[in-house]
Write a new protein. Structure first.
Length: 255
């Protein structure tokens, strides 16, 4: 019998090694990649589901800011008209009581108008920020529909909703700017008459006051458009039972 060559003696497999063969190392990366892909898919599905489930809360928050703009616009209109009426009485000498009281009443009405202008402005940027995730999520959701007809309907409603929101912005931002301009003009009248309040001084600002009153008329119409645009948005976009019309057709504003 020939001798076995040194160093070439075959190793014997144990029973455990035969029964439990080692895994092929080349399979491990494939298993890892599959696991990663599955985890990513689950994560993406979870994120999409989360976006949908949070949708009504985002919509409600956004509609709430539109409602706030409505309320503050309504108050702005009242404050503006009151201040202009007090100035008109002051310049036209149609006020009741003494001149000092009339001037003080005008200055207080102006202060309230300026404060309301700030309050209205404070609602606009938060409303715009609240709108962004609502429309972004809606856009993303269009690509997830299986039904083509439902996708088209949702897309059409998205565009109509965007148009209504564009109308809101197109009304409230110019009104805010004109309101600030009007308050500034009234503040000039208050400063002028505060140091020189007599018949001659009043006559010298008569034409300026008349221009200011005309500006107030334009602003009043802009405020009306603001109220109409925000009311229309809330009535069509609020969650169920929140936009039910009250007597006369007006929306029930919660905030």
């Amino acid at each position: 019998m020939a001798r076995a060559r040194r160093g070439l003696k075959p190793e014997r497999q144990s029973a455990e090694e035969r029964d439990n063969p080692r895994e092929d190392a080349t399979l491990k990366p494939r298993t890892t990649i599959s696991t990663v892909l599955l985890t990513t898919l689950v994560s993406m599905t979870s994120c999409a589901s989360s976006g949908i489930s949070d949708g009504p809360a985002r919509v409600d928050d956004f509609v709430g800011w539109v409602e706030r703009v409505y309320v503050e616009t309504e108050l702005a209109r009242e404050r503006m008209n009151d201040a202009v009426a007090q100035l008109e009485a002051l310049v036209g000498s149609t006020y009741a009581g003494d001149p000092v009281t009339a001037y003080t009443t005008f200055v207080e009405a102006l202060r309230l108008s300026e404060a309301q202008a700030e309050r209205l402005n404070e609602q606009i940027e938060p409303m715009k920020k609240a709108a962004e995730p609502v429309f972004e999520q809606w856009e993303e959701s269009l690509g997830q529909f299986q039904s083509e007809s439902m996708r088209e309907r949702s897309g059409a409603r998205l565009q109509a909703t965007k148009d209504r929101y564009t109308r809101v912005l197109g009304a409230v931002e110019p009104a805010r700017d004109r309101f600030a301009k009007l308050n500034g003009a009234m503040r000039d009248h208050a400063l002028f008459l505060g140091n020189d309040f007599n018949a001659e001084a009043v006559a010298s600002v008569h034409d300026d006051a008349r221009d200011l009153i005309a500006l107030a008329g334009d602003l009043d119409r802009e405020f009306e458009e603001c109220l109409s645009a925000t009311r229309a948005y809330v009535e069509t976009s609020a969650l169920p039972l929140q936009a039910a019309p009250a007597p006369g057709g007006a929306a029930r504003f919660r905030r």
